[in-house]
Design a protein around this ligand. Structure first.
Ligand SMILES: Cc1ncc(COP(=O)(O)O)c(C=O)c1O
Length: 373
């Protein structure tokens, strides 16, 4: 302690210096000052990657801090087994039905790899999440894109008509990204039942936890009855753990075994412990979904007053027909402190808007109002 300083002054000064140098170590900023604090609080709001603005939960954070102490050990094998047990229990299957990936992105890519090794063609809607399509092309597979229906829904009849001898995998994202829309569950189920003897059905349920439609059912029941179906889920969305990369597949033990032989096993103990804690934290999940619904309402109410079209979203994002080219809309909104989603051609006068906290959504409404005027 410096001479002439009270104990309180010394503690405050040390805390400032320590905080400043810690922040410096993390961000590269030499010292913290008012301008820095200001610029941090004026950061544009992220409404572009379908993240959870509340994550990770306090319980997940505690589990992560505890996991730091395990980081010198190869303890992720045990944690992976624990995670599988938990996912099996929560979904009414056995651990042999679960494959854990480095995010569900890895599950998508390794499924495309499997399809490529089998020299299969992939069938996929023309407007959907692109990871599996891109990776299938990397694997030199033909990817047949099926146009959307007039309401921008997935056209299952047309998908059915386009199945041929070479089709070995069909990708369906439910709810779909970027539309946020669900397929009719009965239609989807009968489609899967009809075609799963000809090809593997990959049903991407990344946004499963956000769905509020009472008629929705996961396709996990088809896995339970032994059908050729892969359902993927992720800890990146409602659990708010996108940066930790934990996702998983639920499929038949045969498909899981094959998928696992391709996975890179790049899981880490902090991510796994966080996911194990978060999937048991029902309060956080409910809170995230409630806040997401409130955020969507803030935007929907505004769009309704303006007569602007948007789709019925069962996810944490909305697809909005702004009637402004997204290449103009994106930078214009950034000027008003809002980062919106990328272009989804050919829907270039639409914008995919991810939900932030309800109180932040006014910033989008205000910015949009200014862009419109
Ligand atoms: C439909 C869909 N599937 C999968 C993913 C990949 O998520 P992750 O790899 O983080 O699990 C995303 C991410 O945005 C997505 O929107």
């Amino acid at each position: 302690m410096k001479k002439g300083m009270t104990r309180r002054e010394w503690i405050n000064r040390s805390a400032t210096l320590f905080g400043g140098s810690l922040l410096g170590a993390v961000t590269g900023v030499k010292s913290i000052n008012a301008a820095t604090i200001n610029s941090l609080s004026n950061k544009p709001v992220r409404m572009m990657l379908n993240e959870n603005p509340y994550g990770p939960s306090q319980i997940a954070r505690r589990a992560m801090r505890k996991a730091f102490g395990e980081s010198n050990l190869y303890s992720m094998r045990g944690a992976k087994a624990e995670f599988k047990e938990l996912m099996a229990k929560l979904n009414g299957v056995t651990p042999a039905h679960i494959a854990v990936g480095f995010g569900s992105g890895e599950i998508l890519k390794k499924s495309a790899l499997m399809n490529g090794i089998d020299k299969g063609e992939l069938l996929s809607p023309s407007l959907t999440f692109e990871t599996i399509n891109r990776y299938a092309k990397t694997m030199k597979s033909n990817v047949k894109r099926i146009p959307m229906k007039n309401d921008i829904g997935i056209d299952l009849n047309r998908m059915n008509e386009n199945i041929n001898r070479r089709t070995k995998m069909i990708y369906l994202c439910n709810p779909n990204n970027p539309t946020g829309m669900l397929m009719n569950t009965d239609d989807l189920e009968s489609f899967c039942l009809q075609v799963s003897s000809k090809a593997i059905l990959f049903v991407d349920e990344a946004y499963h936890e956000y769905v509020t439609d009472p008629n929705y059912r996961s396709m996990i029941d088809l896995v339970k009855s032994g059908k050729n179906v892969i359902v993927s889920r992720t800890a990146s969305k409602v659990h708010g753990l996108a940066g930790l990369r934990v996702g998983f597949a639920i499929s038949t033990p045969q498909i899981v075994k094959r998928l696992e032989s391709y996975l890179t096993d790049s899981l880490n103990i902090v991510g796994l412990r966080a996911a194990i804690a978060s999937y048991q934290d029902k309060r956080f999940q409910t809170h995230s979904v409630d806040m997401n619904n409130k955020a969507k309402k803030v935007v929907a109410d505004y769009l309704d007053t303006k007569g602007i079209q948007y789709l019925d979203s069962q996810t944490n994002f909305m697809f909005i027909k702004t009637d402004i080219d997204i290449s103009d809309f994106q930078p214009a909104m950034e000027k008003y402190g809002v980062l919106v989603g990328r272009p989804f051609p050919p829907f270039t006068n639409w914008c995919r808007l991810s939900m932030a906290k309800p109180e932040q959504m006014q910033k989008f409404n205000d910015g949009f109002g200014k862009v419109l005027s």
